[in-house]
Design a protein around this ligand. Structure first.
Ligand code: PLP
Length: 458
């Protein structure tokens, strides 16, 4: 039945239709994201200061608020061709099952070994490190997808890769760790005693299962204390959103090819990179007054930075060694509950996404994890793909919106980002299947503790 429909199940692009340049939504933003500040001086970070931590060309991209298009180097494009373009899938089976008049599409980024969209930025960051003649890079990883993606990219380019992995994930996901080691990376559970900041965190919080903020502090220290190393980050930063714009650009090209105009664009939001990348071309059209869309960011109720956080300058890490970013944040001291299964555990949100949200270009909503796993299981059984828990936040809201259409009879077109697969998340699925998964929602008092640690800049 579905085979007779005029829009294919999977819209693939030809190689020559793939984007030649990343799109930098900052160029079209009237209110630019606030600059990163030096935590010591409270002044905007200069390129020179940033170059001590990040690769030179990535610093240029980080600070570039003006160029709308930044060419994708040929080497990166040829790496992309190994797993891109990624398909834009019409979820015919899901529509049928939901009995909805809505049309549902998802952009599937899980078709590579790392299993997520993170590879889009990992290869770009590794490429610029290599071009600069560095020996290697250091990074943190939470759920493990970023570390896996980076280890793949580093293996391809012959760079050393040192990963600090949030301890709870290191223990829960031994197979993730082994994939990274198979690609040649070294993996250290964080907080560890291999860095000064790690030792300090361990002394203050004995028995902590770690957080992304802690692991970032350790990875930055490791980069700045070794010759020929720089630090790379898998989300939050402007440069990462820029690289991830390949998701949104391909989506737009594929939709345009069939004359499809989405009404609602949905993405899960951890640090904001997949969401920012997916929505960039759509937000750009809104900013230029060319079109209007409903854009929805979905975050976990256990780590609600957009829906319950404050828009303020904050540290990007627990050790307070990184620059300050103005973003929606729960405070760098906020450590989300250990039982939270997804990888959306970062205390802050990309400054670009934060600014767009602040300016009313997107909405945000939060969902509880059992509701997320209900949606994940439903989706897996209907569409076949075993989704990552993170991605399933977007699935949840896409399903909810499609059900609303069933009730109102509206034929809305919904596009959501399916950021990855969940093969390494079976401990979380096991809890859900056993009925032992709980929903932890921080109280206002819990959040107040995190807010109390926000830096006072005046
Ligand atoms: C890392 C990750 C996310 C969340 O990170 P963002 O920077 O917010 O995109 C979402 N889905 C998957 C599969 C991930 O690996």
């Amino acid at each position: 039945m579905a085979a007779n429909k005029e829009i294919p199940y999977k819209i693939y692009l030809e190689e020559n239709e793939m984007p030649q340049a990343w799109y930098n939504v900052r160029a079209d933003m009237k209110n630019k994201p606030a600059p990163l500040l030096n935590p010591g001086t409270g002044q905007p970070m200069t390129a020179q200061e940033l170059e001590g931590v990040f690769c030179k060309e990535l610093v240029e991209q980080e600070l570039d608020n003006d160029n709308a298009y930044i060419p994708i180097p040929e080497e990166i494009r040829s790496f992309y061709k190994m797993y891109r373009p990624s398909p834009l899938v019409r979820a015919y089976c899901l529509e049928e099952k939901l009995q909805t008049p809505a049309k549902i599409y998802y952009k599937f980024e899980g078709n590579n070994t790392s299993g997520s969209h993170k590879l889009n930025s990992a290869i770009a960051q590794a490429y610029y490190a290599k071009k600069q003649g560095l020996k290697g890079v250091t990074t943190e990883t939470g759920a493990g997808q970023w570390g896996t993606a980076l280890s793949m990219a580093c293996a391809y380019l012959g760079l050393d890769c040192q990963v600090y992995m949030v301890k709870v994930s290191y223990e829960q996901k031994p197979f993730r760790r082994e994939v990274m080691r198979t690609y040649g990376a070294s993996v250290t559970p964080s907080p560890s005693d291999t860095t000064a900041v790690g030792r300090k965190i361990l002394a203050e919080h004995p028995g902590t299962t770690g957080s992304l903020g802690c692991a970032i502090s350790e990875a930055v220290e490791a980069a700045t204390s070794q010759e020929g190393y720089r630090y790379v980050l898998g989300s939050v930063l402007n440069q990462v959103l820029l690289h991830q714009s390949v998701i949104g650009l391909e989506t737009k090209i594929a939709l345009d090819k069939y004359g499809i105009q989405p009404d609602i664009v949905i993405g899960c939001a951890g640090g904001g990179s997949n969401l920012g990348g997916l929505i960039s071309p759509f937000a750009g059209e809104m900013l230029r007054g060319e079109a209007d869309y409903r854009i929805i960011a979905v975050e976990p109720a256990s780590c609600p930075s957009l829906t319950r956080g404050k828009f303020a300058y904050d540290f990007c890490d627990t050790g307070m060694v990184c620059p300050l970013a103005k973003m929606y944040t729960l405070g760098s001291g906020f450590i989300p509950s250990a039982n939270h299964a997804g990888g959306l555990r970062y205390h802050g949100m990309s400054p670009v996404v934060s600014q767009l949200y602040h300016d009313g270009l997107l909405e945000a909503t939060s969902v509880e994890q059992t509701k997320v796993f209900e949606a994940a299981t439903y989706f897996a059984r209907v569409e076949g793909i075993l989704p990552a828990p993170e991605s399933s936040h977007a699935i949840r809201v896409a399903i909810d919106e499609a059900v609303k259409c069933r009730e109102t009879g509206e034929e809305k077109t919904i596009v959501f980002g399916l950021t990855g697969t969940g093969y390494f998340d079976m401990v979380a699925y096991e809890k859900f299947n056993d009925g032992t998964m709980s929903d932890y929602i921080p109280t206002d008092e819990d959040l107040a503790k995190g807010f109390a640690g926000l830096p006072k800049l005046d």
